[in-house]
Structure formats: C-alpha cells, structure tokens
Design a protein around this ligand. Structure first.
Ligand SMILES: Cc1cc2nc3c(=O)[nH]c(=O)nc-3n(C[C@H](O)[C@H](O)[C@H](O)COP(=O)(O)O)c2cc1C
Length: 189
C-alpha cells in the first residue's frame, strides 16, 4: 500500500513525529511505501470558507496544499498524526483536513464526494491514558470523519503519558507506544 503520513505537530523530532516514524518503520518492513508530510515544515493555511472551490475552481490559497493533495490522491491510506491540544487535534491538522473540502467532487445537487481511502490516526498526549477522557474528543472526531468520508478505518493509536515538549520532560521513549506504533505499521493490511 502507498501511505500518506501527515505529521500534525509543529515540532520536528517531537513525540508525534517519533511515533509516526516508528509506525512508518513497521509499515516499510511489511512492504508498504510511505510519503511523509510534516506540517511543521510546510505552510498550509486554514480554509477561508470562500467556496471558490465549490464553484469548480482550485483552492484560491497559494500555499503548500498541493503537496499534500498529490500525496493524498495517490495514496491508498491516509495516516493522520497529532499531538493532543486541549483535548482536540492540533490546529495544523484541522486546517489540513478542512482543506480537503477543496478537492472533493461536487455533484449537481451540491453533495460532496471524496476519494475512497483507508485511514488511521496516531495521537500523542502528555497526560496518562488512565484519564479515560483524555482522547475522547479526538476519537469521536476521528470516527465521525472516517464515517462521513466513507473511508475504511484501520484504527486509532492513543499514546498517553508521553510527557511534554520543550520545557516539560519528554518521556515517549519510556512508554510502550513506539513499539505499539511499530507493530501497528507492521500489521497493516
Ligand atoms: C497547546 C498545547 C496544548 C496541549 N494540550 C494537551 C492536552 O489537552 N492534554 C494532554 O495530555 N497534553 C496536552 N499537550 C501536550 C502534548 O499533547 C504532548 O506533549 C505531545 O506529545 C506533544 O507532541 P509533539 O512533541 O509532537 O509536539 C498540549 C501541548 C500544547 C503545546
């Protein structure tokens, strides 16, 4: 399978990218190919809601979105990764997902149709996952998204207890999550 792996963190080499890399390592060992798009390294702005794309044109914004669009249209599976930000996904990842609006096909009745994909999500958080609600909203959002898009759900890996970034000590290496992500990638079908 061809994978399009989106790193939805602004931090290069942070918890989220490490988790994604472990996933990619497993997936590549299992014979899959991955294209990685790091949202901390590209400029993809939020949807402006201008509906220019609904009128049949491409998105009016001149930024790096086409980089993602090409990888997305070409992939079999989209892998979304994000740090938990105030119990939700990161702003960078939400902006990217909203921009997929611009590449949906619009039928004469105005309904949108998106390319069929498989989809997985990986989410890191500072807090321990013993707080059952830590990933509750991310999980709900992910399920709703996959369902609306008619995508095939490959699963969600919630990686709690990774510690912080920057001044907070990072602990992802001390958790089982890198191994879990590797096995998730390796087991992809
Ligand atoms: C703006 C912001 C909001 C955050 N909100 C939460 C949160 O609600 N719950 C949590 O457990 N961790 C929260 N964190 C911590 C990050 O989710 C966690 O450290 C993550 O693993 C960082 O990933 P990164 O190194 O890829 O940036 C927050 C961090 C930031 C910067």
């Amino acid at each position: 399978m061809k994978l399009c792996v989106v790193i939805g963190s602004g931090r290069v080499g942070g918890n989220t990218e490490q988790l994604a890399d472990a996933f990619i390592k497993g997936a590549e060992e299992a014979g899959h190919e991955a294209v990685k798009i790091h949202l901390g390294k590209v400029k993809i702005g939020p949807c402006l809601g201008c509906n220019g794309c609904v009128a049949g044109g491409a998105c009016v914004q001149k930024d790096d979105f086409p980089l993602f669009a090409r990888a997305f249209l070409d992939c079999d599976a989209l892998v979304l990764t994000t740090p938990l930000y105030f119990w939700g996904i990161s702003g960078q990842l939400k902006s990217l997902i909203d921009r997929i609006y611009s590449i949906g096909e619009k039928d004469p009745k105005g309904y949108f149709k998106y390319p069929m994909k498989k989809c997985a999500m990986l989410c890191t958080a500072a807090d321990s996952d013993r707080h059952f609600w830590a990933f509750e909203l991310v999980e709900q959002y992910y399920r709703r998204l996959v369902n609306y898009m008619h995508w095939e759900d490959l699963g969600l890996l919630a990686a709690g207890g990774c510690g912080g970034s920057g001044t907070f000590p990072r602990r992802i290496e001390e958790t089982p999550h890198l191994q879990r992500a590797y096995e998730f990638g390796k087991g992809l079908r």
